[in-house]
Ligand binder design. Structure first.
Ligand code: NAD
Ligand code: G6P
Ligand code: MN
Ligand code: MN
Length: 438
């Protein structure tokens, strides 16, 4: 029987994860499920934990569901450790959004200065988790969902030296579903073939049909032509503000929602500033949704995932996380998009860096599918983004101020000059409690 440990168990997403595990009960034979949180998250953990126990019971399963605020109690002998924690809670996210915005820059959970600070807060914690795993569950797979997922995965593999790591995100599956919708094809029959390459929240993809025809260009036209605005809905957490169509057409590949921050920064910033003047960043909206969700989870009758969870950006995350576990456990060799070591898959990037690419998920982990090289229009931004990520991870590990300033200077969403340093200093002070390395 399998033992799964979920760190950040008090997350409002946990019922989604558990629903995914229940759906796959015939493929993964779970003995124990441990939900781990910290003292500050204990109340959330208990509410979610009780709800999870009801879900498991309603499904007629005998899994032992355990709750703890001591991860060392949970980890011994784990087969899979999944991570979905948020250091500093939503309050830290709101500061990541508001401080850059107050200086006229994009404020976002995983991009720009906000994304950098989320990495700075998270990486020391994940490296401590790895230390405990080395001692207590040396054979476990780490399935990381914690953002910024790509950089966290790179830190774990490169600095934590934990090779059995898979980094995840729900953006690719969201785009796969959208392609089926556009093409009017049945997802269950896997009529389409997808090939993704790039980095987490910074990838592009191509699509083919069963006849071997590439349908990428058709999808670009259907989704992004100005006259089709609003026809298809992307990620819940990012406004579908139109790209400059001719530029997307020139890419010849489908972008991801997050490229909006880079390709149409002006529109995204203006939109954020408008929301900000209404005193609502995304983090603040999420806080309200979370409060609603926890009220529902408290209901002793509720034993299934409520509809309201779909207001969160992470829809389908459980399908990704649970399918990866299933595919490793049963050597299913399913084709999925994950963050994993490049190993020459994208020849424009270093061999040892982490990339987010279509991979075959085997019992020995992801085998990335060869991509090759990108054309200049993508290669340039991609190489910059990877180099930026590497500087950020190095700064997060060492606490080196110059390296942190380098990362800030490289990031396309951060203004350059004295303001770069002012912003870094302001955010270092605001995050002091969560940055032991600086
Ligand atoms: P959340 O604020 O509900 O945090 C989840 C839990 O983590 C909280 O209960 C909190 O107490 C706990 N926590 C904080 N520090 C911890 C620590 N050191 N050890 C254990 N638990 C700790 O967050 P959320 O909105 O549910 O998101 C959780 C994480 O998942 C975030 O990092 C978010 O960015 C990420 N996420 C990733 C994707 C993806 O595509 N990869 C999608 C959605 C969410
Ligand atoms: C998407 C991204 C996640 C991100 C989430 C934010 O799902 O893939 O990485 O964490 O959106 O959603 P939220 O509801 O928290 O704004
Ligand atoms: Mn200021
Ligand atoms: Mn993501």
């Amino acid at each position: 029987k399998i033992k799964i440990v979920t760190i950040g168990g008090g997350s409002s997403y946990t019922p989604e994860l558990v629903e995914g595990l229940i759906k796959r009960k015939n493929e993964i034979d779970i003995g124990e499920l441990w939900l781990v949180d910290i003292q500050e998250g204990k109340e959330k953990l208990e509410i979610v934990g009780a709800m999870v126990k009801r879900m498991v019971k309603a499904a007629g399963l005998d899994w032992k569901v355990n709750l703890t605020v001591d991860r060392r109690e949970a980890l011994p002998g784990a087969d899979y450790v999944t991570t979905q924690f948020r250091v500093g809670s939503l309050n830290a996210r709101i500061r990541d959004e508001r401080i850059p915005l107050s200086h006229g820059m994009i404020g976002q959970e995983t991009n720009g200065a906000g994304g950098i600070f989320k990495a700075f807060r998270t990486i020391p914690v994940i490296l401590d988790i790895i230390k405990d795993m080395k001692e207590l569950c040396p054979n476990a797979w780490l399935v990381n969902f914690t953002n910024p997922s790509g950089m966290v995965t790179e830190a774990v593999i490169k600095y934590g030296k934990w090779e059995k790591t898979v980094g995840l995100c729900n953006v690719p599956i969201r785009y796969e579903k959208m392609s089926y919708e556009v093409m009017g094809l049945d997802e269950a029959n896997q009529e389409l073939y997808f090939k993704f390459a790039g980095l987490n929240h910074f990838h592009w993809h191509r699509v083919w049909n069963r006849k071997g025809e590439e349908v990428t260009k058709y999808l670009i036209e259907e989704i992004y032509k100005p006259e089709n605005k609003g026809k298809y809905v992307g990620m819940k957490n990012i406004k579908d503000i139109p790209f400059n169509y001719e530029q997307i057409a020139d890419l010849g590949m489908l972008p991801c929602s997050y490229h909006r921050y880079y390709y149409i920064t002006d529109e995204m910033l203006k939109d954020e500033l408008k929301e900000y003047s209404n005193h609502e960043t995304r983090g603040e909206q999420v806080k309200k949704t979370e409060a609603e969700l926890f009220e529902l989870y408290k209901d002793p009758q509720l034993d299934y995932k409520p509809e309201q969870l779909s207001k969160r950006g992470g829809a389908y995350y459980s399908d990704v996380a649970c399918e990866v576990i299933c595919s490793i456990q049963n050597d299913k060799r399913v084709n999925m998009v994950v963050s994993t070591v490049n190993n020459g898959t994208i020849i424009d990037l270093p061999y040892d860096c982490v990339v987010e690419v279509s991979s075959m998920i085997t019992s020995h982990g992801p085998e990335p599918i060869n991509w090759g090289s990108f054309e200049a229009g993508i290669r340039g931004p991609l190489q910059l983004q990877k180099s930026f990520e590497q500087c950020t991870v190095e700064a997060a590990v060492t606490g080196d101020y110059g390296k942190a300033l380098q990362a800030f200077t490289m990031n396309p969403l951060i203004l350059k000059g004295k303001i770069t340093k002012d912003l870094l200093n302001e955010m270092l002070i605001a995050n002091k409690a969560y940055l032991p390395q600086f």
